[in-house]
Write a protein that binds this ligand. Structure first.
Ligand code: ATP
Length: 713
């Protein structure tokens, strides 16, 4: 029976297509399932039309109402058709006649290339190309390229390219699997690495097509880009939830990590923003649920409440069975700690806010006559005393102060310790406790009473403090598949420096890096990445090693970020309103727009201005819930882990980023000063990388120095 499969190019369009056109797609899909191949070709409603000037006679169009057409691959043999794109009539024809379909000889998957555009581009670049040995792929032989699936037609274009920028021009037109190979090679990976990271991933479990026209087999081999839908409800769900493409296509490299039967100990998945770490973490939970024994439970945990909300929604979509999901607790690490302490009947103590904690340190310093600042004490407490779980002056006196930039005399340590005791006393008197103290106590309780979970899956792991890691370590027995950790040190925005290795959590041999971004367009990504390029970022597993964004890339293309320099706060807000209105006018829904700023006050102002202009807008609740069909406005911290179709980053002025009050003065601690600056830079990076299709960055007066330093102005 014939069938209409869906190619990722079409799936990525779904969110932007008018609803009536999607209904037409649904009807067409049904028709493919109902008629014979012969009837399909003769059906006047469908009009499976061959195109006169088509480069590839197999590429045809189908009617989707009066104005729209679907571009379809109609192979000569077999009865599986493939919908590639949906466009208005003229555009569809213009696009369709330029495309060619082929089967990759190595991955055995179907690929589509814009052969006409490649032909058009090549001569101009050939004319300006330097000597062959100076070109981009000069060091890779034809045999090697062929072994990686680069066919002769692509090689002709490849041999002209001189640099990365030129590859970017050609890339969208290359066949998909081949494009990925070329991008990896250009990023400096060896032929062997590309084979391992890319080719073997894309050719998993494939059957050999019988001949070079056997598209039937090749379509079924193309797990990463083609969805075969068997039930109407399944298709309704796909068409109704445009951003859930990941549920259909877990890339093989993601699948391999998420569904590996077992890891012999803690495992880690890392990668830049939007590489699918959260998606992989959710799939890992699904996998672990399959094998969970009676009485066992899973903890899925992260840093912020907003992300907990997103994880709950994501897991509900992936694991529809409520009973199964009931075996997973989803909460922040702090909330988990609170539950452990409460369950043990510990005295109820209110958590103290960061601001009040700072004040308490100032008071403790004053009361004990400590000669330094409250800020120094707070950081010494967090990064040395709590981080290493030091419980006596003797332990503190003997401890290493790794990562601290100020030396302190041995003779001063008793004074530090006296201030710490005073701080504790004041907390006790007020019936208060810091979040990290609660984690510390919970870890101790679990160490006495035994672990609470069989598996723990951690998302956004880069921001957890050693005390939180100790809690997680105590909450799960050291067995295979105990901890699954997803994180990205480039997005470290809270001041926690952790080396998993130093905490006894070794992921050696079980750490995988993902490099392909599925969220943002290449243009947004390249711009945002400039903020961090060349700046050393410590790895999560071992702080003495650096993480890089080498090979990090996106296959999506679109507009680059739009920058706006305003003269005043008011004109900046007026420009924001105008920008949001343009997004809305182009069909973006209010809930698909995020507005982010460094400060709460700027967020409030943005909400007020948007509302005054009649645009629904809400502050993003700490728990991530809230009105779904309004523009979501939140601080950069609260945007962590989330994503929006369009993002406006406002208030990116010199006085806001970096925010001087968040930066420890050099004289208090040099290393801390640098770490704080980096966290502010990462904050801007996090905010910008939440955007899928549209990014807008504005400031009033002078722009943030981060923008100029990164060459982005
Ligand atoms: N294989 C895939 N195919 C298509 N889309 C994908 C795939 N994997 C992930 N995505 C989509 O990419 C986006 C980013 O995924 P996800 O949030 O898991 O990334 P992340 O690495 O956790 O990002 P961040 O670190 O920035 O929070 C999501 O919209 C997700 O649905």
């Amino acid at each position: 029976m014939p069938q209409l499969a869906f190619e990722i190019g079409f799936l990525n369009q779904i969110g932007k297509l008018p609803k009536p056109v999607l209904r037409e797609v649904f009807d067409a899909w049904e028709k493919f399932g109902r008629l014979t191949t012969e009837q399909l070709f003769r059906d006047p409603g469908l009009n499976l039309e061959a195109l006169k000037r088509a480069l590839d006679p197999r590429i045809r169009t189908i009617r989707l109402g009066q104005m729209w057409r679907g571009v379809v691959l109609a192979p000569k043999t077999g009865d599986t058709f493939m919908l590639l794109r949906v466009m208005p009539h003229d555009k569809a024809i213009a696009w369709a006649i330029k495309q060619k379909a082929s089967i990759n000889a190595v991955t055995r998957a179907v690929e589509i290339r814009d052969a006409a555009t490649l032909e058009e581009l090549a001569p101009a670049y050939e004319q300006i190309a330097p000597a062959p040995e100076q070109r981009l792929f000069a060091k890779v032989s034809d045999t090697e390229l062929e072994a990686l699936g680069i066919d002769a037609e692509t090689r002709r274009a490849v041999r002209i390219l001189t640099n990365q920028e030129q590859l970017e021009v050609f890339a969208p037109f290359f066949p998909q699997d081949q494009r990925e190979v070329l991008e990896y090679l250009a990023a400096g990976f060896s032929v062997e690495e590309v084979w391992q990271y890319v080719v073997t991933q894309n050719r998993q479990s494939t059957s050999e097509p019988a001949h070079d026209q056997d598209f039937e087999t090749a379509i079924r081999n193309t797990h990463t880009r083609i969805a075969l839908v068997s039930a109407p409800d399944e298709l309704r769900e796909i068409l109704g939830k445009p951003f859930d493409a990941w549920r259909i296509f877990l890339h093989p490299s993601q699948h391999k990590i998420a569904y590996r039967p077992s890891y012999s100990g803690p495992a880690q998945v890392r990668g830049g923003p939007g590489t699918g770490k959260t998606v992989v973490a959710l799939h890992r939970v699904k996998h672990l649920l399959e094998y969970l024994r009676e009485g066992e439970r899973i903890l899925l945990t992260t840093y912020t409440k907003a992300l907990v909300h997103a994880l709950k929604t994501g897991l509900a979509a992936l694991v529809p069975e409520e009973e199964s999901r009931g075996l997973v607790d989803i909460s922040t690490v702090d909330a988990f700690a609170g539950r452990v302490v409460a369950a043990a009947g510990g005295a109820a103590r209110r958590p103290i806010s960061g601001k009040d904690e700072g004040l308490l340190w100032v008071e403790a310093a004053k009361a004990t006559g400590f000669p330094g600042t409250g800020q120094f004490l707070a950081q010494e407490y967090k990064h040395v005393i709590l981080a290493q779980n030091l419980t006596s002056l003797e332990e503190y006196a003997a401890a290493e102060r790794h990562g601290r930039g100020t030396k302190i005399a041995q003779s001063l340590k008793p004074q530090v310790w006296a201030a710490v005791r005073e701080f504790h006393r004041r907390l006790d008197d007020g019936g208060r406790r810091t979040y990290l103290q609660t984690c510390d106590e919970a870890a101790r309780l679990l160490a006495e009473r035994g672990p609470a979970y069989r598996h723990i899956v951690v998302d956004e792991a880069q921001d957890l403090h050693p005390a939180q890691w100790r809690l997680l370590r105590a909450a799960v027995p050291a067995r295979p598949d105990d901890l699954f950790i997803a994180g990205d040190p480039h997005q470290r925005i809270y001041d926690s420096r952790v080396s998993l290795k130093a905490l006894g959590i070794s992921v050696a041999g079980r750490s995988t890096k993902m490099r392909k971004n599925y969220r943002s367009t290449h243009e947004i990504l390249r711009w945002s990445t400039s903020l961090l390029v060349g700046r050393p970022i410590a790895q999560l597993e071992d702080e003495n090693r650096s993480e890089t964004l080498l090979g990090y890339r996106s296959a999506l293309h679109g507009d680059g970020p739009e920058l706006h320099a305003a003269a005043s706060d008011d004109t900046e807000m007026a420009a924001l309103v105008a920008r949001v209105r343009r997004w809305l006018d182009s069909g973006v829904l209010p809930g698909e727009i995020g507005v982010s700023s460094r400060f709460n006050a700027t967020c409030d102002a943005a909400v007020a201005h948007l509302k005054a202009a009649g645009i629904p807008a809400v502050r993003l609740n700490a728990d991530g819930s809230g009105e779904a069909d309004a523009v979501q406005v939140g601080t950069m911290h609260s945007f962590k882990g989330l994503e929006f179709r369009c993002v406006a980053v406002v208030g990116a002025h010199e006085s806001a980023l970096p925010f001087q009050r968040a930066i420890t003065p050099v004289e208090v601690d040099r290393l801390q000063h640098e770490a704080d600056l980096m966290a502010e830079r990462c904050l801007l990076f996090v905010a910008c990388t939440r955007a899928r299709d549209g990014l807008y960055v504005s400031w009033a007066g002078k722009p943030s120095t981060f923008l100029a330093e990164a060459g982005l102005l």
